[in-house]
Design a protein around this ligand. Sequence first.
Ligand code: COA
Length: 210
Amino acid sequence: MRIEHIINLKIDGGSCGIRTASSKFIRRMMKCMESRKFKLRNDREVTLRLLKIDDRDRLLDLFSTMSEKALEWGMPPYSEETIDRWLSNFERLIPLVTIYENRIVGFAAIFKHMHSRERGVADLGIYLHQDFHKIGLGTIMSETILGIAKNQGLHRIGLHVVEDNVVAVNLYKKVGFVIEGTMRDAYFGQDEKYHNMLVMGLLLQGKTTR
Ligand SMILES: CC(C)(COP(=O)(O)OP(=O)(O)OC[C@H]1O[C@@H](n2cnc3c(N)ncnc32)[C@H](O)[C@@H]1OP(=O)(O)O)[C@@H](O)C(=O)NCCC(=O)NCCS
């Protein structure tokens, strides 16, 4: 499913003026985006929606059931403390989840930088349960969350990804990110070897710097 198919989600963060805090913030955001069911390449029907405060246990469950392989290039552990820190920072988060049979099987989040000198700048992270890899879900979630970010007026989305995480690098390129640089040996892997980390970025509102 391409971006034109998910436009029906009625993502409209900009006109909703989403700039406020906490639960009020997320309630307003929810009004701006209906949940939407869609079929993946393997015919499973899933629902895409924004994260709710009471999703905490489902989110913990996602990370605690992700395989070592799925977390191979991540930054584990994704502990209760980490997840609670994310949830306590709703005002700087665009949190999107995919639900399958009442479980969260995908989580994508944009973390907005809060310093005034980094206005409109944010980072993207995405994690899918291993049973939902390589069937198009990463593409759908990335395109959707970038659509929300653009409508909210965010300027730049950046990320760091291990160079050997080929599927992730290809996904990010597919949705418009470009490689901006390489941090040599910046990641120490499960294999006890150093790996290069790529810096990737996407300008949402057009380039303004030379
Ligand atoms: C990385 C991740 C989000 C990708 O999502 P996904 O749903 O598996 O990816 P998609 O099925 O949407 O595929 C996206 C693109 O990846 C690339 N890709 C998919 N399978 C691939 C493979 N076996 N080899 C190389 N590239 C592949 C393709 O370019 C594909 O686009 P296409 O379908 O148009 O060919 C997902 O695999 C994941 O959650 N991995 C574990 C956590 C992680 O590494 N997160 C990123 C941390 S920076």
